[in-house]
Design a binder for this molecule. Structure first.
Ligand code: FAD
Length: 298
């Protein structure tokens, strides 16, 4: 099933993002954790795509597992990093063979040690080109990324939104946002895009901060601002992991409450493979997705 059908049918869609482990042992451990995710019954799950090697195969392995073993619709992420156009075609064929019907199409970040993204030989420079290729490949549901505070490499927010319009024109059926910690960024961006004529679902990416250090480095890397009050609390309690996690959950619960009252079309939870995150926030999102929370047997 293409995920756009879910967004069309439901007022609110709850999705979870995970990343693929590097080792076989990690894959087995994550499969076991996902039994807990299944109990919360998200509408769909997505699996990120790494910089190379076995984690890329594990993206497909985990997406197939979610789709076929857990019975939850899955989306595999795919990036332009280190791929020729021909390899992208092969990956798409593999996804088709594995009956994975949805792809999150991304450019990917510059490889470690390099400052800017360099077009791979015979490959693509921008996500738009990848989206066009996937659209031509037959019948994949396609998601793409959007940046409420602008993409970190592009200081011109208007220009960044212009490129988002190009992604939609190339075939992106829904947009999942970068995480944000102050709803005003998402809500302004959403309203602006609506004014500019965008009608595809714009989904809020939500990441519960777990401690000051990781939040600070991730925010810097992704160009996401941290509200002063949140920064102060996390810095004050940086030596106490439990209190820090609680501050993060509390912050995100307030974010969700406001986003739901603002009628967002969906929330994509960056769960970072953590069951605690899904157990804590999942029921709120599940309730919003229109089905009362009910335990599903493993
Ligand atoms: P693009 O849309 O290509 O944009 C990249 C930059 O180029 C932007 O600054 C944009 O403004 C600019 N630009 C776009 N088109 C043009 C043009 N025609 N001319 C000039 N400039 C242009 N990374 C991974 O490696 N694996 C993942 O699985 C992954 N999943 C993600 C999921 C979500 C929901 C999000 C928000 C991000 C994810 N990322 C992932 C990170 C993503 O790869 C990076 O943010 C990356 O730097 C940009 O990817 P993009 O697809 O938005 O690129």
């Amino acid at each position: 099933m293409q995920l756009i059908e879910l967004y069309t049918k439901k007022d609110f869609v709850f999705s979870i993002e995970i990343f693929p482990p590097k080792t076989d042992k990690g894959v087995e451990k994550l499969k076991s954790t996902l039994k807990g995710f299944k109990r919360i019954a998200p509408d769909y799950m997505s699996v990120t795509y790494g910089a190379g090697g076995t984690t890329r195969e594990n993206t497909h392995e985990m997406a197939a597992h979610i789709n076929h073993e857990l019975g939850i619709p899955a989306m595999a992420h795919l990036t332009c990093v280190s791929h020729t156009g021909k390899e992208i075609d092969q990956v798409l064929t593999t996804l088709k063979q594995r009956k994975i019907e949805n792809v999150m199409a991304l450019r990917g970040d510059p490889t470690i040690g390099t400052e800017s993204f360099v077009r791979p030989k015979g490959g693509y420079q921008y996500a738009t080109e990848l989206i066009s290729t996937i659209s031509r490949h037959s019948n994949f549901g396609i998601g793409a990324a959007g940046y409420p505070e602008g993409h970190v490499e592009n200081p011109d927010k208007e220009d960044d939104r212009k490129h988002l319009h190009e992604k939609i024109a190339s075939g992106a059926q829904f947009i999942i946002s970068q995480f944000f910690l102050d709803n005003i960024h998402f809500l302004r961006w959403r309203d602006q895009l609506h004014e500019e004529g965008v009608s595809v679902p714009l989904i809020a990416g939500i990441l519960p901060p777990s401690n000051w250090q990781s939040l600070n480095s991730m925010s810097e890397m992704c160009g996401v601002s941290i509200p002063e009050k949140l920064a102060e609390s996390l810095i004050k309690h940086q030596d106490n992991p439990e209190v820090s996690r609680e501050i993060g959950f509390d912050h995100v619960e307030h974010q969700l409450e406001e986003l739901l009252s603002e009628g967002v079309e969906g929330v994509h939870l960056y769960a970072l493979n953590r069951l605690e995150t899904v157990e804590r926030l999942g029921p709120i999102l599940k309730e919003a997705s229109g089905n009362s929370f009910s335990a599903v047997s493993e």
